[in-house]
Design a protein around this ligand. Structure first.
Ligand code: GLA
Length: 368
């Protein structure tokens, strides 16, 4: 009987610090209690046989022919195998059955969860002995090099390193991190899922990355010490950048960096009110300066802002769809979300989905 393992890896939320990860800034994510599950066993040959329970689709290839598939979901698994191989870790063939309850396309990082579940299972089965942080880095490379999204490290980090009831303050430059307990008093994290994912998402994401790099190059001409927007400030942005788009993108990032650090102080002081205001400010910046929002997200955030029992709301993740993250008083979640869902249906002709986020642990083996 071949060695066999079951692993689960969670989706993530991010409280504040959006698009700051690939600019070497800070982020404030947490893992949630929604997962991708992988059930895997090694084979004696080089065949990789994958089955997606939720799509009822199979995909078969070999460890020597790692090509992108038209089905998309296998790419996250194959991308991980590819990066393992590049790092000198050669896996045997394997069978893997995958399923999950993280809504796809909702901006909750189901893809990072699949990558983390895959690498964790292969690491255990092959006894590679790779540490978690190295696995996180390999998963990011899988997404950058194989899938083709130039994402930062936040999603994989949160999925692999999450801790129940804690948020992670991650410094994406040094990868130093700190867990701190999330005290929201009577408030809960409620996710409002637009149920849209506009096709612009990945191309515009890669464009934002380029625009930020352009900004850094301009600032560097006068300030040699600036290696990323992490080291830049608003005066430098005004002094060095004329181009409207690039200037707006960089302005948002330097403001967001500051908001995150001040927001952490609010959370440490359990000042949920002040933190909520910063969430609204982040949304305005993402919508007007960074231009990664969309009508559906803007509509929902605006509806939230009318509610006294909601302290803060903003789009979350890459943008162009997915979820709004909000802080809602626990006694009013039902009536408020119903009201917003009705307005969303009337104005946008779409159904709203609502999830209350519970913060859970990172990637783990499921004991049988
Ligand atoms: C996506 C990316 C992350 C991060 C966010 C925006 O989720 O995968 O790396 O950049 O967008 O904060």
């Amino acid at each position: 009987m071949q060695k066999h393992i079951k692993v689960k890896s969670p989706g993530r939320i991010n409280l504040i610090g959006e698009h700051t990860d690939y600019n070497n800034g800070f982020v404030l994510p947490a893992a949630i209690d929604k997962y991708i599950y992988i059930d895997a066993s090694l084979r004696n040959d080089d065949v990789i046989e994958l089955f997606s329970v939720d799509n009822n689709q199979s995909y078969t290839t070999t460890t020597n022919t790692l090509l992108k598939s038209s089905m998309h979901w296998p790419d996250y698994v194959l991308g991980v195998v590819n990066e393992l191989q590049k790092a000198g870790y050669i896996t045997k063939g394997f069978n893997a059955s995958i399923h999950g309850d993280i809504p796809i396309g909702a901006g909750l990082s189901s893809s990072a969860a699949l990558e983390c579940a895959t690498i964790f299972a292969l690491n255990e089965l092959n006894e590679f002995g790779i540490d978690r942080i190295t696995m996180v880095k390999l998963c990011q490379k899988a997404e950058n090099n194989f899938v083709g999204l130039q994402c930062g490290i936040m999603d994989m980090f949160a999925s692999m390193m999450g801790k129940a009831n804690h948020v992670i303050r991650l410094d994406c430059r040094s990868l130093e991190y700190e867990y701190f307990p999330l005290q929201l008093n009577d408030y809960k994290i409620v996710l409002l899922d637009t149920q849209v994912k506009h096709s612009l998402a990945s191309s515009e994401y890669n464009t934002r990355r380029k625009e930020c790099n352009e900004g850094v190059a301009l600032i560097q001409q006068k300030h040699n010490e600036v290696k990323s927007l992490r080291e830049a400030n608003i005066e430098m942005v005004h002094e060095c950048i004329e181009n409207g788009n690039v200037k707006n993108r960089c302005t948002f990032i330097v403001e967001e960096k500051k908001r995150l650090l001040n927001g952490c102080i609010d959370l440490q002081n359990a000042n949920v009110q002040a933190f909520g205001k910063k969430m609204y400010a982040t949304h305005t910046g993402l919508s007007e300066l960074y231009k990664v929002s969309c009508n559906e997200l803007d509509f929902l955030v605006n509806e939230c802002s009318k509610e006294e029992k909601i302290l803060g709301a903003r789009m979350m993740g890459g943008g162009f769809g997915g979820c709004v993250i909000s802080l809602m008083h626990q006694d009013f979640i039902e009536p408020i979300t119903q009201k917003i869902a009705t307005a969303y249906k009337e104005q946008m002709q779409k159904n709203l989905k609502v999830y209350i986020a519970t913060i859970g642990d990172g990637t783990s083996v499921i004991k049988e």
